[in-house]
Design a protein around this ligand. Structure first.
Ligand code: UFG
Length: 330
């Protein structure tokens, strides 16, 4: 199979490209490098630098490569930024996907696996969250991802496109080789920020709120290893290749950990006392997000391998301690 990975120089995209190549698949990567890194591009992938909003660029890729399926990670993904600059998210995420779909329809490429998010649900009605639960995003990022899902649906109705949308919860960890890992600029995610403390880059980790209705008052999240996410994308491509119908799946571990539990696990893994300070709540944070991933397990046959939080944090630490400044190209 030849798979086009859009956003294959980003965090989850690069890990998915690595897993595909390890399985012997042929991989083409497109990335604008706006938030991705050249060092994260697998050396065996054919790489095209460009923006999916550029119709002639994406047409050229589809003309030069014989693509069997697309995996689409090319989007902006910072919740906070999406609230300050919502139109950037409409432009990149929605306009980019519109141009991509026009080009896919024109080139008769009819399978796409899409990187969606728990942010499509907003404040959950209940946990664990099912795919059929209410979707009511509380930020522009989640809103654009939900609109992208709907764009796939209506493109299917009109043109027969088949899609799988994967709604992930809290992606974390790094590739076992230590070659690629999580690098965002600015960094906003809990685990890399915690690990900046033992790395000497930050004095303390801020805990955003300890007055939630949870066991220790801090927010509960469902942390899922990036390699397990990557495997789910491959299973989703295979699912579409077998002629199955379009579908939406949650991807999470099904287990929730509080912010304090994550910090405690990081202390054990790193052997560092990791100072923590209580700060006010961060706007828009739901108290608890936990996925039900039963549908992905039964329908796709997905079996997450990384089920131990300390092992997950250990894999992140293996990357961050060797790359305290992330990638070097920016
Ligand atoms: N947190 C802190 N201190 C920090 C950073 C985070 O206490 O310095 C807390 C947050 O308040 C939250 C938890 O740690 O309770 C996890 O925060 P992250 O920013 O790591 O992740 P989020 O749960 O906010 O975001 C994740 C994905 C988003 C997605 C969102 C869905 O990263 O892409 O879930 O709600 F949109």
């Amino acid at each position: 199979m030849t798979i086009l990975v859009l956003g294959g120089a980003g965090y989850i995209g690069s890990h998915t490209a690595y897993e595909l190549i390890e399985r012997g698949e042929d991989v083409v990567i497109v990335d604008s490098l706006e938030t991705g890194y050249l060092e994260a591009v697998h050396p065996k992938a054919r790489f095209y630098q460009g923006d999916i909003r550029d119709r002639s660029f994406i047409d050229r890729v589809f003309e030069q490569e014989k693509i069997d399926a697309v995996i689409h990670f090319a989007a902006n993904s910072l919740v906070g930024e999406s609230m300050v600059n919502p139109l950037k998210y409409y432009d990149n995420n929605l306009c980019g996907t519109k141009v991509l779909l026009e080009s896919m329809v024109a080139h008769k490429i009819d399978k796409i696996v899409f990187s969606s998010t728990a942010a499509t649900y907003g404040e959950p009605e209940r946990v664990p969250i099912l795919e059929t639960d209410r979707t009511c995003p509380t930020n522009t990022y989640g809103e654009t991802k939900l609109s992208m899902e709907k764009m796939f649906h209506w493109t299917e109705v009109a043109h027969g496109l088949k899609y799988v949308s994967l709604r992930y919860f809290n992606a974390c960890g790094a590739h076992k080789s230590g070659a690629i890992g999580e690098a965002h600029n600015p960094e906003t995610h809990l685990i890399p920020l915690i690990l900046q403390v033992p790395n000497g880059k930050r004095e303390a980790i801020s805990i955003y709120g300890d007055d939630y209705d949870t066991k220790d008052g801090t927010c509960v999240r469902d942390y899922i290893h990036v390699t397990d996410l990557a495997q789910a994308h491959i299973l989703a491509v295979e699912y579409l290749m077998k002629g199955n119908e379009s579908n939406i799946f949650n991807l999470g571990s099904g287990v929730g950990f509080t912010v304090m539990e994550v910090i405690e696990a990081a202390r054990k893994v790193t052997g560092h006392p990791i100072k923590a300070e209580i700060h006010p709540r961060r706007a828009g944070d739901p108290a608890k997000l936990i996925a039900s991933s039963e549908k992905a397990k039964t329908t796709l046959g997905w079996k997450p391998e990384y089920t131990d939080l300390e092992v997950i944090i250990g894999s992140a630490w293996n990357w961050h301690k060797n790359h305290p400044n992330g990638y070097q190209s920016k």
